[in-house]
Write a new protein. Structure first.
Length: 109
């Protein structure tokens, strides 16, 4: 269940970050109203997740997946520049997340 909580935390963090961009500096009301609740719910689920997942793994996964997904959303939805280097470094983040997850599994053996 902890990983489901972490996935929900990531989803709400991504939602809050997209709303942050869409708010246009708080000029757009609806996205502005989404930001704080989305981040708050994200932290609630992250808090539940770290009851069972080591904080070093949970926080790295939460932030890393958030960074990678927001970067991809930025390129796809907000037409941010795409470069081979940017894609390569997103891949490095994903590899690091997978590595942390694998290392954590073997640490408990």
């Amino acid at each position: 269940m902890a990983w489901a909580y972490l996935a929900l935390a990531i989803g709400f963090e991504i939602c809050g970050t997209v709303a942050l961009k869409l708010s246009n500096g708080f000029a757009q009301v609806l996205p502005s109203l989404v930001i704080l609740p989305a981040y708050a719910v994200s932290f609630v689920f992250l808090t539940f997740a770290v009851k069972s997942i080591p904080i070093s793994v949970a926080y790295a996964v939460w932030s890393g997946v958030g960074i990678a997904v927001i970067s991809l959303i930025g390129m796809a939805w907000f037409r941010e520049p795409v470069s081979p280097a940017k894609l390569a470094f997103i891949a490095v983040i994903v590899i690091g997340i997978i590595g942390l997850h694998i290392a954590d599994r073997y640490a408990h053996v």
